[in-house]
Design a protein around this ligand. Structure first.
Ligand SMILES: [Zn+2]
Length: 185
């Protein structure tokens, strides 16, 4: 199970809407209900957090609650900007600094990354590897974006398992796992 912890203002920005309030009841109620649901059904999830949220006392406390309940925290960038529209330095900062911000504020290791709007490219994947991430979870196959053919594989291993998968081709891995991008060619 996995979910992105986008808040009200993040969703408004992505869609070009004007946020009507600075309060984030959507994030609060969403986290409360998600944690309760996971607890009730004994589910451990990976939650991709926007790193600048650790500056909010309420959101940081929600993340600590999630960690105490056994959930994994992944990075969903610092500012939730679309990575494919950023230059190399900004992209590196979103990837590297979001990891260190979350780790320092929460005291856990951040292993995984999900790009805002699932917009990932080969440069970002190389940065994820060089900055110490174990896996990327930014592929979202559907009828509109079946396989992101513009992405070149920077390494011969699977980001999903971190140690390599048993698939013999990328197509097979996508068929088997659906939403995880295998880097084996
Ligand atoms: Zn998001």
């Amino acid at each position: 199970m996995h979910l992105d912890l986008d808040g009200y203002t993040d969703i408004c920005r992505v869609h070009g809407w004007t946020a009507q309030t600075r309060r984030d009841a959507l994030n609060q109620s969403g986290m409360y209900n998600a944690l309760e649901f996971f607890s009730k059904h004994d589910i451990r999830a990976t939650m991709f957090a926007i790193a600048q949220d650790v500056r909010s006392a309420a959101k940081a406390e929600n993340l600590r609650d999630a960690i105490r309940a056994g959930h994994e925290i992944g990075s969903h960038s610092i500012t939730h900007r679309k990575l494919t529209g950023l230059n190399s330095a900004e992209k590196r900062k979103e990837i590297a600094d979001s990891k260190s911000m979350l780790e320092q504020a929460l005291g856990v290791r951040v292993r995984g990354f999900r790009a805002p709007e699932f917009a990932i490219d080969a440069e970002a994947l190389r940065l994820l590897e060089s900055e110490g991430y174990d896996f990327d979870s930014s592929l979202f196959p559907n009828r509109k974006t079946p396989a992101r053919p513009h992405i070149e594989a920077p390494a011969a291993r699977c980001w999903w398992t971190a140690t390599g998968c048993r698939c013999t081709s990328q197509a097979q891995c996508l068929t088997a796992a659906r939403r995880w991008w295998c880097l084996r060619q």
